[in-house]
Design a protein around this ligand. Structure first.
Ligand code: AMP
Ligand code: GLY
Length: 419
């Protein structure tokens, strides 16, 4: 098979790395890719949201399957555009990707089908939203409806912060059209777990669990980021909890999407919180998580190409998916200043040394080749990943590898995996 992966971050490097191991894959392309992906796939300079460019490339290059990895092209309908040209694509159609693309849609879906989530109200006017929060307790959560690069959720600690967030989103269009409608919801507390699941709309097969560290600094301090590190499995995701989630969240969500005429095929990501009152869905994503993928796919024993082909052909029930009984930890090395302003273009040293141990893989998030030298090219730069028989050993080995890598102003959390 000739496969084209759309995207260019750590998640896409992990997907490319895994697909490159498959005997079913003859040739891998990635658009636009990055400095690390270039080691396993041929990178083509087409941006991930350029639907016409991707369709054109796939048809001219006899691509057998296009794997659309990021949220925005999925929400924009890239899979539909490929299918309209008779091309095979992995990922949900536009009308199913709305489960991530619109928080109003996902909240209403959960309410309609009794899937446990935080209490909420939807607002289309800032005056109504401002009046609503007056007699509500703080913290309170304000969410822009649409995609906002992971920044559309504000946890307001005070009424003033809540008022500012409402005005910024609705009156000042801080997130553009994404903030025209907002969701205001109750603030929940408890550990968060990410469970990604393969589904073809008939069968749903959860992957091994993971936990993300979203804040920039140790001890969950600082600003929210795209994710500073992950580990798998989650220590709190017991087999009993997994069974509850299957019955109360995963299957009901797949069936709800079918009933709505929006069959979801691809990877459905469940962002869960274990509250004192039980499990709650915090969010859905219509794709693999980043950096969850960096700890989940290294634990997958089964050929990923075989699985995605089965999903596209709606025969996921025929595939047995096997996992290694081990643990994985990914420590993100970011540019100093991330998630705010940061510099790019610094040379990266020590990668070969770090990768000498065979349980270490460094997934590139924001790197590029500059005259033969690898340099930083984004906020999140590398995902240094270790697999080991248990979490403690994986943490130790991941940090031993991180110590060997350097670039100017590199920043990483020292407490990944210790939750
Ligand atoms: P989302 O984009 O909806 O996943 O929100 C981003 C992050 O905000 C989540 O991972 C949670 O840490 C936090 N969050 C979202 N909704 C709530 C809530 N209702 N209560 C507490 N924290 C939340
Ligand atoms: N790691 C969170 C996400 O992929 O949305």
């Amino acid at each position: 098979m000739r496969i084209l992966i759309v995207g260019g971050g750590g998640r896409e490097h992990t997907i490319a790395w895994k697909l490159a191991q498959s005997p079913l894959v003859d040739k891998l392309y990635c658009a636009p890719g990055n400095g690390g992906i270039a080691q396993v796939a041929e990178c083509v300079p087409i941006t991930a949201t350029d639907i016409d460019g991707i369709v054109d490339f796939a048809s001219k290059n006899n691509i057998d399957l296009t794997f659309v990895a990021p949220d925005d092209p999925l929400v924009m309908g890239m899979v539909d555009a490929l299918e309209a040209k008779g091309l095979k694509a992995f990922g949900p159609n536009k009308d199913a990707a709305i489960i991530e693309g619109s928080k109003v849609f996902s909240k209403e879906l959960m309410k309609k089908y009794g899937i446990p989530t935080a209490e909420y109200e939807v607002f289309t006017s800032s005056a109504d939203a401002l009046a609503y929060i007056e007699d509500k307790p703080c913290p309170i959560v304000i969410k822009a409806e649409g995609l906002a690069l992971g920044k559309g959720v504000i946890i307001a600690q005070t009424k003033d912060e809540a008022r500012d967030a409402i005005r910024e989103m609705m009156d000042n269009a801080m997130f553009g059209d994404a903030g025209k409608r907002i969701v205001i919801e109750e603030y929940l507390t408890g550990p968060e777990i990410s469970v990604l699941a393969f589904t073809d709309g008939k069968t749903i097969k959860p992957m091994v669990s993971a936990q993300d560290h979203k804040r920039a600094y140790d001890g969950d301090k600082g600003l929210n980021t795209g994710g500073m590190g992950t580990f798998s499995p989650s220590r709190i995701y017991t087999p009993e909890l997994a069974e509850t989630c299957m019955n109360e969240v995963f299957l009901p969500t797949m069936e709800a999407m079918n009933k709505e005429g929006r069959t979801f095929k691809g990877v459905l990501y469940f962002g869960l919180m274990l509250t004192q009152n039980g499990i709650r869905v915090i969010e859905y994503n219509c794709r693999f998580g980043d950096p969850e993928t960096q700890v989940v796919l290294p634990r997958l024993k089964t050929d990923l190409a075989e699985i995605i082909l089965a999903i596209v052909e709606e025969r996921l029930d025929e595939i047995e998916i096997e996992w290694y009984d081990n643990a994985a930890v990914c420590v993100v090395m970011a540019s100093g200043g991330y998630p705010l302003k940061y510099e790019k273009g610094y040379p990266i040293e020590g990668l070969d040394e770090a990768c000498k141990a065979d349980n270490i893989t460094v997934f590139h998030a924001g790197t590029k080749k500059d005259g033969g030298k690898l340099v930083t090219a984004g906020g999140r730069v590398l995902g240094v990943t270790a697999t080991a028989p248990d979490l403690d050993s994986a943490i130790r080995d991941a940090y031993a590898a991180v110590e060997k890598i350097s670039f100017k102003d590199a920043h990483y959390r020292k407490d990944i995996g210790i939750k």
